[in-house]
Design a protein around this ligand. Structure first.
Ligand code: TYM
Length: 332
């Protein structure tokens, strides 16, 4: 059976990269798979989070997923900390994964920065928890943006080593699903750095809660180059900002880069930016409005998370029992 697991951190605002790289694909995949979509609060605290802000962000991200079109009745939507099986399996994986594997993780190096000695142990072991998220449900497919590829390779290595150490075929090797034309949305201020929640410039990203005026302003201010848009995708080479804006336009209009350029190639940026704004507002506007409406009803959101957590636990419990049995833990 094919089962999807994916996660998103409740840290800061949801942005266009999260939407095009992950959330919209999650919406598209529901129905075809059994899906678990998780707000990963345990991962969030690998970097300092103010408790009240973490609580608010967890509810806001949940609202965002629902507003984007994820049906919490048909899919399992929950926050990670409500199911203790994630942390439990992560501990077992801490004893399966090798230091050398974690030392290669580029995200740790980026997030820890220069002062690595001062990073939390959790930040270092982050990918093991991510493997546990996926494998606690024996998920077979994981829809993510391009930046999570290395972590998923590690999850496969952990699954394989567990299976071979204990001579079992317990865990499937989860397949990444990196879908669409915007698998790595870049900052609007710099086409060579990723759009991210942690960028200090608000102009670097479009948030799902941005209204039409903010979206228009941010796109108007987006960095470009002096040439008009090329007519073919090959002409985007060496033009990271143009490539990024075309990637966003293509993804939002569900076209390939080539098909997008057939429509807008040759345009000056000023005109193209107007087209892009209209498109972005037409898609993101209703999501942002619905999200604002849902966050005003925390009772509903908490009900979704509670029910999702119960359903998630029912799926992971037998897997953890199997793991305990194989590892040799006495369960009197
Ligand atoms: P997070 O919270 O950073 O991002 C959530 C999802 O959004 C994608 N994404 C992007 N896609 C395209 N362009 C961008 N600029 C961009 N920024 C973010 C991410 O690739 C991701 O799919 N470690 C994960 C959360 C996680 C997880 C998991 C994912 C925890 N456990 C298990 C999959 C399976 C993370 O920090 O995502």
């Amino acid at each position: 059976m094919n089962r999807i697991f994916s996660g998103i951190q409740p840290t800061g605002n949801l942005h266009l990269g999260n939407y095009l790289g992950a959330i919209r694909n999650w919406v598209d995949l529901q129905g075809a798979y059994e899906c678990l979509y998780c707000i990963v609060d345990l991962h969030a605290i690998t970097l300092w989070q103010e408790p009240d802000v973490l609580r608010a962000s967890t509810r806001e991200v949940t609202a965002g997923l629902i507003a984007a079109g994820i049906d919490p009745d048909k899919n399992i939507v929950f926050n990670q900390s409500v199911n203790p099986d994630h942390a439990t399996l992560a501990w077992v994986f801490n004893c399966v994964a090798r230091l050398g594997w974690l030392n290669r993780m580029t995200q740790f190096k980026e997030k820890a920065g220069k002062n690595r000695e001062n990073a939390s142990v959790g930040l270092y072991a982050y990918p093991n928890l991510m493997a546990a998220d996926i494998l606690a449900y024996k998920a077979t497919h994981v829809p993510v943006g391009d930046d999570q590829k290395q972590h998923l390779e590690l999850a496969r290595d952990i699954a394989q080593k567990f299976n071979s150490d204990f001579k079992v075929d317990l865990f499937p090797l989860p397949e990444p699903m990196i879908l669409g034309e915007a698998t790595r949305v870049m900052s609007l201020r710099d086409g060579r750095s990723k759009m991210s929640k942690s960028d200090p410039s608000e102009y670097s990203r479009i948030n799902l809660t941005d209204g039409p005026d903010d979206i228009a302003l941010k796109i108007r201010r987006a960095k470009t180059d002096p040439e008009p848009l090329p007519r073919e995708a090959a002409g985007l080479e060496g033009r990271p900002e143009a490539d990024n804006l075309i990637g966003i336009y293509a993804a939002l209009s569900r076209k390939s880069r080539e098909a997008a350029l057939a429509a807008v190639g040759g345009m000056q940026f000023s005109l193209f930016k107007q087209e892009l704004t209209d498109l972005a507002v037409s898609i993101l506007g209703p999501i942002g409005e619905e999200m604002q409406r849902l966050v005003k009803d925390p009772g509903y959101i908490d009900g979704v998370l509670r029910k999702g957590g119960e359903r998630a636990r029912a799926v992971s419990r037998p897997v953890i029992e199997e793991v305990y049995e194989r590892v040799g833990f006495v369960q009197p």
